[in-house]
Design a protein. Structure first.
Lengths: 74, 351, 247
């Protein structure tokens, strides 16, 4: 069976502004975001790319209240 | 012209192009006049759903750089106090006209002067003042309304016209000032008309940082000091050689003029000091009467005694101050006043 | 790779004071995206409320006026009447719009003022620490209704958008929520539609946004979103409440 080619995407999260609301983690269809294990200056554990493949769908950016996720895709 | 109509027309001529108000006797003629006149000059008239809404609409209009005005009477002016405090805090120009009526509460619809404290002590919350003009004739009502817009713009402050129900409904001949060409009005570089080519502006009075809020308050104080130096205004009548001075403003001053004529005929040396700006109060000028041989002051006002406090403050304990007060819309005649004045005169003034 | 999302230019690049997961942040972002997409940012004048969003002007790079609590509808009226070609909005919370500002809201709508009111409904008073609002649900606890809202004691949950929708001056009234990707996309469409209706001069527009308030509801952000989707919508049904734009 031919595998569907996954579009490649990339996200950059401005971690110092993240407040750990976890909306992006919940919304990501690929499980590509998780909470970092280091906290930021405000004391929140910010969202970070989990290592799973991102397909650049941009859903995380739609839900992020702070608007701190930038999304790229091929 | 009727006082209420004259002040409305004068506002239009001064370039007022936004009016929001609510019906309340004795100033209903003001919104009624504006509803017809504003569209004629391409301005905006709105009958707001309340006096509270009206002052807020004026605030919104003022932010756009438009000359804006509202009018009401005593209870309605109470409702506007929050808005006036906000205008002062946000440093926005506006003209607020109070045609004072009997109070407190619903009171009555007759003319009175019982909003002196409300007008001159800020009125709303916070450390602010508003210039207050007290006209004593329909002509002066028109002229001071016209001038109020310039003062409001110049200092970026709400300005109050404190008149009363009687003057509002008095008919007298008026010479109207010329219609201002709006293009000659000074530019307002702080006005908000969309942030094209510049960062967004704010019109705010919320200053959470206490140091900055303190600075802002002192800035307002400096402004008020400047207003006091440049805008304080009063009129003197027959004070040369006088032995007693009546101190009165607005309609009370008109009555006092009538009283003075009778007293003069009877040989009494009585003059009058008439403040035109109730804030800033012409304290220095009043105090200087002591140096001119006047020690006896009778404060005549249509309330239970409000301006008398400013008179006492101005005189700093010197001289002798008495009062003739008539609240509640009562209109004493010149004869009533003359009797009280002459009784006091003969008690106090040495032959 | 091409960039498919970046913060809208009218949203300032500063960290906000809003709580984690707060609906305000989402709506601010959606509004600024809409202004950028419509190319009207330079014509926008907004009115900010008293409430959590009192500092909205810190985040929005457009002209913003502070209004006294409840007065947004009146202040926006003053601005729009003087600048009819500009885009004017009043951004208000439930206490601002439906308690102290009820008269201003109803009458701005009744006059058909060409303004857009963005109404953030979190069923509680946020900034002042969780007091009961007109929109607090029946049985819901608040600091001033510790036993939970009861009809006899506190009266009924008020659906003000419904009242406004009855008025002929209200051209477009829609209720949305910002609790998931799907609902957020729908909310943005509603916001855009409201501003388009304003620009077409068709009358008063109101978008009510059911918003999670994790802090005052004492829930985690994701749980707060689910609470909107299960509990709030029971009383505040999302959808178009009035559309008179066809006329």
């Amino acid at each position: 069976m031919a595998q569907k080619k996954q579009r490649k995407g990339k996200i950059i999260i401005k971690q110092e502004f993240c407040k750990s609301c976890e909306y992006c983690i919940d919304a990501c269809p690929k499980g590509a975001i998780k909470l970092d294990d280091k906290y930021n200056e405000k004391g929140y554990y910010p969202a970070v790319h989990s290592g799973e493949d991102c397909n650049g769908c941009g859903t995380c950016a739609i839900v992020c209240p702070e608007g701190i996720i930038e999304v790229w895709r091929e | 012209m009727r006082g209420n109509h004259a002040l409305a027309e004068a506002a239009i001529r001064a370039g007022c192009r936004f009016y929001a108000g609510y019906p309340i006797t004795p100033q209903n003629e003001v919104p009624e006049y504006m509803s017809g006149r504003m569209p004629e000059v391409g301005g905006v008239f709105i009958q707001g759903e309340s006096e509270i809404a009206s002052i807020s609409m004026v605030l919104g209009a003022s932010v756009t750089g438009t000359r804006a005005m509202t009018s009401s009477s005593s209870p309605g002016i109470s409702l506007k106090q929050e808005g006036i405090s906000f205008l002062a805090g946000q440093e926005l120009p506006a003209v607020v006209v109070n045609m004072v009526r009997g109070s407190p509460g619903l009171g009555n619809i007759a003319g009175s002067q019982s909003d002196y404290f409300q007008s001159t002590r800020g009125g709303g919350h916070g450390d602010y003042r508003t210039p207050v003009f007290a006209p004593a004739s329909v002509q002066e009502l028109a002229e001071l309304t016209y001038k109020a817009f310039d003062v409001a713009d110049k200092y970026r402050t709400p300005v109050l016209i404190m008149s009363d129900g009687m003057l509002g409904n008095t008919m007298e001949p008026v010479i109207m000032p010329e219609m201002r060409d709006l293009k000659t009005l000074p530019a307002k570089d702080w006005a908000m008309r969309g942030a094209a080519g510049r960062p967004g502006r704010r019109s705010i009075s919320l200053i959470l940082d206490t140091k900055k809020e303190e600075e802002h308050n002192w800035k307002l104080v400096r402004k008020y000091k400047q207003i006091a130096e440049e805008e304080t205004s009063w009129e003197e009548y027959d004070l040369e050689g006088a032995k007693m001075a009546i101190v009165a403003f607005g309609t009370a001053a008109r009555i006092a003029k009538g009283a003075m004529r009778r007293l003069k005929k009877d040989g009494l040396k009585v003059g009058m000091f008439r403040p035109i700006t109730l804030w800033p109060y012409p304290s220095e000028a009043l105090r200087s009467l002591l140096d001119r041989g006047i020690e006896e002051f009778m404060v005549f006002e249509l309330n239970t005694g409000q301006m008398v406090e400013d008179v006492r403050l101005a005189l700093e304990g010197k001289g002798s101050v008495s009062t003739y007060c008539r609240p509640g819309g009562a209109v004493p005649t010149p004869l009533d006043l003359a009797k009280v004045v002459s009784t006091r005169y003969f008690q106090r003034v040495p032959d | 790779m091409e960039q498919v999302y970046k913060k809208p230019k009218y949203l300032k690049d500063v960290s906000s004071h809003y709580c984690p997961g707060c609906g305000h942040s989402i709506v601010h972002r959606l509004m600024m995206e809409v202004f950028e997409e419509m190319g009207v940012g330079e014509k926008v004048i907004g009115v900010a409320p008293a409430g959590c969003a009192v500092l909205a002007y810190v985040y929005m790079d457009v002209d913003v006026i502070e209004a006294a609590h409840g007065r947004g509808g009146a202040v926006a009226t003053g601005v729009k009447r003087c600048l009819p070609d500009h885009v004017v909005f009043s951004y208000q919370g439930d206490g601002d719009l439906a308690a102290i500002g009820t008269a201003e809201t109803i009458h701005a709508a009744n006059r058909g003022e060409n303004i857009t009111v963005i109404f953030i409904n979190n069923a509680i008073y946020g900034m002042t620490g969780g007091q009961m609002a007109p929109t607090t649900l029946m049985g819901m606890k608040a600091t001033t209704a510790p036993a939970g809202r009861s009809a006899k004691r506190e009266g009924y949950t008020l659906d003000i958008s419904h009242l406004v929708a009855e008025l002929p001056g209200a051209a477009y009234v829609e209720r949305v929520m910002v609790t998931s990707p799907k609902t957020i996309v729908k909310a943005k469409k509603a916001i855009r539609k409201a501003f388009e209706v304003q620009m077409a001069g068709k009358g008063f527009t109101l978008v009510e946004v059911l918003s999670p308030c994790p802090t005052n509801w004492k829930m985690k952000p994701l749980d707060a979103c689910r609470w909107v989707e299960t509990e709030m919508v029971e009383h505040f049904q999302p959808g178009v409440l009035a559309d008179r734009t066809g006329k």
